[in-house]
Design a protein around this ligand. Structure first.
Ligand code: SF4
Ligand code: SF4
Length: 344
């Protein structure tokens, strides 16, 4: 499969990578390991996971143990202090059954405060750089859902890669982030090439993303069939006019209420987690109801308290009608939880 340098790093990645979120939803540990092994056997060499993806690191670690030298493993920490990062890093090494991580990323750096914590003197970034000198980390990157933050982080020149949502309906990175990343030699990882599973024409969506200025796209894969379908799509080249038209129909249909998970809308004066609620239907569709916690249920109950003040709406850069969406989604989610008899 076609490989490309990941920015200025010494890593050469297959342009189709393996996103490690959905693998945690596969029923059966051995079945999940088999999906990852199939991806390696079929030539995929870039595997992205995170400390926060429950059993994803364990599954990927077991699957890749016998192929470690052929594979590039990327994982992430959500922590923003040295102790937490150190703990996460050691746990990841253990779960991934490896002595080094190829790309270690700060997960979902959401705003200036979070970036400042990561980059503080004597802080997490310096800690990871020490591990890099020890040979336990090859490169350090970061991921974000907020364009202005990831652009600011990229501009510092202290990260080797950036990972940001990028797909046919979320293409803002192409204008602001990618030219900067290419000028500075940062590796570009496209997360959510299928917009978190909402693109219906998945083959066209993958082909479109791979035709853009990215190094590697990481669709999540939860079955051998999905691995094969993604490989087939990746091999087929740029989408034709009919597929572009289908993608455009998706954009028209999904666009008006699609939450990009950027978090601009919070805080709500009523303490409602608007950003989580707005993206929750998709989150549970992708991750499965096994991720449901009591805290989520409380969040949906709280969503019913929306006063329609529209503070969140005014902050949402995508103009989502949150004063209507938040209570409506909360009600739908509670009805589904009750209807399914779920007890987190
Ligand atoms: S519209 Fe509702 S969810 Fe949004 S800020 Fe106001 S009270 Fe909170
Ligand atoms: S509702 Fe809007 S501001 Fe809030 S997370 Fe979603 S896209 Fe971002």
């Amino acid at each position: 499969m076609e490989k490309t340098p990941l920015g200025k790093t010494d890593l050469r990645v297959t342009r189709l990578g393996f996103g490690g979120i959905p693998i945690q939803t596969v029923a059966g540990h051995d079945e999940a390991v088999a999906v990852v092994r199939h991806a390696v056997a079929r030539g995929i060499n870039f595997f992205d996971t995170a400390r926060g993806y429950t059993v994803s690191e364990e599954i990927i670690g077991e699957a890749l143990e016998a192929h470690r030298d052929q594979c590039i493993i990327a994982t992430k920490t959500p922590s923003r202090d040295v102790d937490g990062v150190a703990r996460d890093f050691e746990t990841s090494l253990s779960k991934l059954r490896t002595t080094y991580v190829d790309l270690y990323q700060f997960h979902n750096v959401m705003d200036d405060d979070s970036l400042a914590k990561v980059m503080a003197p004597g802080g997490p970034l310096e800690y990871l750089q020490m591990e890099q000198r020890r040979g336990r980390i090859r490169h350090i990157g970061l991921t974000s859902h907020r364009l202005e933050t990831v652009v600011k982080a990229a501009s510092t020149g202290r990260f080797a890669t950036v990972q940001f949502p990028f797909n046919y309906i979320e293409d803002a990175a192409a204008k602001e982030l990618y030219p900067l990343a290419h000028r500075l030699g940062l590796g570009v990882i496209a997360m959510k090439p299928l917009a978190g599973g909402v693109m219906r024409n998945t083959a066209a969506a993958i082909r479109w993303v791979l035709s853009q200025a990215i190094d590697v796209a990481i669709p999540g894969m939860a079955s051998i069939d999905e691995v094969e379908a993604n490989l087939k799509a990746a091999a087929a080249g740029v989408p034709g006019p009919d597929e572009l038209a289908a993608l455009e129909r998706d954009r028209q249909e999904i666009g008006p209420t699609f939450c990009r998970r950027c978090g601009y809308c919070i805080p709500c004066p009523e303490g409602i987690q608007t950003n989580f609620i707005a993206s929750s239907e998709l989150f549970f569709k992708r991750s499965g109801w096994g991720r449901l916690t009591k805290s989520h249920v409380e969040t949906f109950h709280k969503g019913l308290d929306c006063q329609a003040c529209r503070t969140c709406e005014e902050r949402c850069p995508y103009g989502l009608p949150l004063s209507e969406m938040v209570p409506a989604i909360s009600r739908r989610m509670l009805d589904r939880i009750n209807g399914l008899g779920l007890k987190p």
